[in-house]
Design a binder for this molecule. Structure first.
Ligand SMILES: NC(=O)C1=CN([C@@H]2O[C@H](COP(=O)(O)OP(=O)(O)OC[C@H]3O[C@@H](n4cnc5c(N)ncnc54)[C@H](OP(=O)(O)O)[C@@H]3O)[C@@H](O)[C@H]2O)C=CC1
Ligand SMILES: O=C(CO)COP(=O)(O)O
Ligand SMILES: [Zn+2]
Length: 347
């Protein structure tokens, strides 16, 4: 039996107005000492101030820092600031949460994830995507000890963010197909339980697609719980394989080649349509589900020119090349990339 350590959040709090309980939740988790609150320029007002107020009400000594990109320098800046702290809270979207997550891991202090949008599955995952010279790199990190998801705040976020979160969940379908393929071809370690959790999460979200509506706390709750569940599947597997396959390679490539990339979840959703086609699966079902959710299904809807879609498809196999997927080791030719994007209606 190979020795494994699985780290999972100890407490997950979801509900309208939950952010006001942050101070009490931290005290109940027996988290003492000074606290650092990390936010983004928009999310400082949207959630950061309420978190700070709640912590002050519980007599915490609170510092705060605002970051505007998920770079190595942002992580280092937060790490420098948290030298005297024993707890870090990331309050924002995926970029803020990733920076706070990695900085707290490196400083060996507790981290609590406070998503203000249900836009990605990094909320509870043991990964952090940080920009470096070559683009985004996915780094190992410690998952949060707690998650506080205020569905009131999340439901009021631009609906585009919720739809993007659904794209990141739907992407589990092709991620699992790629993982199974790599396991069969190359005997890559595979976790039935992580795959089952990831696939069930995607299925439940897709079956509820009609219920995912703008401004509803119920919709926010459904999607944020699914995203947390995807992050837990990553923790169980010890790799992002349950939620990241060829469709993510396409998205990461698009982040590099597109002058103005779309949201992570949007790109992953569109990538799932095309990679499901390559797998010979029901790509129209994926496309139609994303349409019901009002997530983008074309380059135009993502605001990305067709040429960058083709370029990203051709480049995708080179992203994390050790991770075998349906793209194979040689990837797509220009013509096959063009035909793929056209046949699936992406361009
Ligand atoms: N670690 C992991 O496992 C994973 C990490 N990721 C990473 O997450 C990032 C994508 O996250 P995503 O959230 O899509 O993008 P961002 O973090 O860039 O957030 C998008 C924008 O939404 C704003 N925002 C967040 N919440 C609200 C709100 N309630 N109301 C209004 N605006 C809001 C943010 O504001 P502000 O600028 O103030 O933050 C930001 O301007 C990528 O870097 C990706 O690599 C994705 C999946 C998994
Ligand atoms: O986005 C993710 C899962 O949805 C994380 O995956 P990566 O390991 O490809 O960054
Ligand atoms: Zn993702």
């Amino acid at each position: 039996m190979d020795a494994r350590k699985i780290q999972l959040p100890r407490e997950i709090h979801t509900g309208a107005g939950m952010i006001k309980e942050t101070g009490k939740i931290c005290r109940n988790l027996r988290l003492d000492g000074d606290v650092m609150v990390v936010t983004g320029p928009n999310t400082r007002k949207i959630g950061g101030d309420a978190v700070i107020e709640s912590l002050l009400e519980e007599d915490y000594n609170v510092n705060d820092i605002t970051i505007d990109n998920p770079s190595k320098s942002s992580v280092e800046a937060v790490q420098d600031e948290i030298k005297q702290c024993s707890l870090v809270l990331g309050v924002g979207g995926g970029k803020v949460i990733d920076v706070a997550k990695l900085a707290s891991t490196r400083a060996a202090v507790n981290f609590i994830s406070v998503p203000t949008a249900a836009s990605h599955d990094g909320i509870a995952s043991p990964r952090a995507s940080i920009k470096d010279e070559g683009g985004n790199v996915s780094l190992k990190a410690e998952p949060p000890i707690g998650v506080i998801a205020d569905t009131e705040i999340i439901s009021k976020a631009p609906f585009r963010l919720l739809a993007a979160g659904c794209g990141d969940i739907v992407s589990n379908y092709t991620a699992i197909l790629d993982w199974k393929l790599a396991h069969r071809l190359l005997d890559i370690d595979y976790s039935d339980s992580a795959a089952a959790l990831s696939e069930m999460t995607a299925k439940m979200t897709i079956n509820s697609a009609d219920a995912i509506k703008e401004g509803l706390t119920e919709s926010a709750g459904l999607v944020v719980k699914a995203l947390i569940s995807s992050g837990i599947a990553i923790s169980i597997a010890g790799t992002s394989r349950p939620a990241s396959g060829s469709e993510h390679k396409f998205s990461h490539a698009l982040d590099i080649v597109a002058p103005k990339p779309a949201l992570h979840g949007e790109q992953c959703g569109v990538g799932t349509i095309m990679m499901m086609y390559l797998h010979g699966g029901d790509w129209k079902f994926i496309r139609d589900t994303l349409k019901v959710i009002k997530a983008p299904t074309t380059a135009y809807e993502m605001g990305i020119e067709p040429e960058y879609i083709i370029e990203a498809l051709q480049m995708a196999h080179t992203i994390r090349s050790e991770r075998y997927t349906i793209l194979g080791d040689r990837g797509l030719t220009h013509e096959s990339a063009r035909v793929l994007a056209e046949k699936t209606g992406v361009i």
